[in-house]
Design a protein around this ligand. Structure first.
Ligand code: UDP
Length: 356
């Protein structure tokens, strides 16, 4: 069977690193890059470092509002899917590329498999939440990271098949953590001591596009004692510059977006991670680093329940208290499938029979 996989942004390149190799042992994969993230720092380096196959097709679509971007992708993908006539389309996560891929395939009556299905923040103000819900309902086979995701889909009575496979980002971080440990020089390059710095990331539209929230975010990061290293997502960098806020972070180590190996190494050795990312919350847990999340909801509720993640929104006092808390002792429960999600996804695709 021919499977068209659609990717477009940084976390999707990481996710594809768990699936493309096992997928290609059983199926013909055609990898389509929509272009949503197109610069080298957010795209090319992930293909190189993680051994993701070169995209077979590049659509070069980026910029514009979510609506415009999704519409352009939908238009381009409709033609491409007609040409390629795959037996299945595989999409990841919750971006415009995910929704456009799922909808274009569903409209062409091609079965859709959705990796990381069923995640919910229950916050419809997040563009990602709308993408997740719509993609799940347009999909035929939903591949879930957690039992919570399976339960969310059950509560929505979504038609079709859902399978618990574990989380693909766990596969990748488990596989690459020892490689990052050996190859990355990020600690030395940024003058950081293991266990003595905080690693920060922020890029959610709700935190950086609204000037008032952006000012709160800057105040929060400024208030953290000790070294803070903050790899700036291009969207965040642009907003900080637009509002003249970059200077306020002069005591913070600002870097361009890091490659996966450097980022993983810095996550592993940080005193704590401060983030509004979805993937980073999980990776911190998997690497045993306490996480403080600058949101008031999360899809990765298990990390909070296990005591390794605290939601503080943009409340600086709450963030400081969360950074000072004792880290949980004892084993971390295996929440995300133990590194076999890629294989299980291929098994689920092979076992799938489309409803007639
Ligand atoms: N990441 C990276 N370099 C960075 C920041 C993040 O390699 O400077 C990786 C991180 O390890 C994770 C992924 O990017 O695998 C998360 O992506 P992002 O935070 O952009 O997206 P989200 O998960 O919030 O959708």
């Amino acid at each position: 069977m021919r499977v068209v996989t659609i990717v477009g942004n940084r976390p999707q390149f990481v996710k594809a690193a768990a699936v493309s190799a096992p997928l290609r042992q059983t199926f013909e994969e055609i990898l389509v890059h929509t272009g949503q993230h197109h610069d080298d720092e957010l795209s090319a380096i992930f293909f190189e470092e993680l051994g993701v196959p070169e995209p077979d097709r590049q659509l070069g679509i980026h910029g514009g509002s979510n609506t415009e971007q999704t519409a352009r992708m939908l238009d381009a993908l409709a033609g491409l899917l007609a040409e390629l006539a795959p037996g299945m389309v595989l999409v990841y996560g919750d971006t415009n590329s995910t929704l456009a891929g799922a909808l274009a395939a569903a409209q062409a009556r091609i079965p859709v498999a959705h990796v990381e299905a069923g995640m919910r923040s229950f916050d419809r103000a997040m563009p990602e939440e709308l993408n997740r819900v719509l993609t799940d309902h347009a999909s035929d086979l939903r591949l879930c990271s957690t039992p919570t995701a399976m339960a969310n889909l059950g509560n929505e009575s979504v038609a079709g098949e859902s399978v618990l496979v574990g989380d693909v980002m766990a596969d990748v971080s488990i596989r690459f953590a020892p490689i990052a440990e050996e190859r990355s020089r990020a600690l030395e390059e940024h003058g950081l001591e293991p266990g003595a710095y905080v690693l920060a990331t922020a890029h959610r539209a709700g935190n950086v596009d609204d000037p008032e929230r952006l000012a709160l975010l800057v105040a929060l990061i400024e208030s953290i004692p000790g070294p803070v290293v903050f790899p700036l997502h291009p969207r965040t960098k642009a907003r900080l510059e637009e509002h003249g806020l970059t200077g306020r972070l002069e005591d913070v180590i600002l870097t361009p977006p890091l490659g996966y190996l450097d980022f993983l190494k810095l996550t592993r050795h940080a005193r704590a991670v401060l983030t509004d990312s979805g993937g980073v919350q999980k990776e911190a847990y998997l690497l045993g680093t306490p996480c403080v999340t600058m949101r008031d909801t999360t899809e990765w509720v298990e990390t909070v329940q296990a005591g390794w993640n605290v939601l503080v929104d943009l409340d600086a006092q709450a963030a400081l208290a969360a950074l000072e808390r004792d880290i949980p002792t004892g084993e971390r429960p295996e929440l995300y499938g133990g590194g076999r999600a890629g294989e299980r996804i291929v098994e689920a695709l092979a076992a799938y029979t489309p409803a007639s």
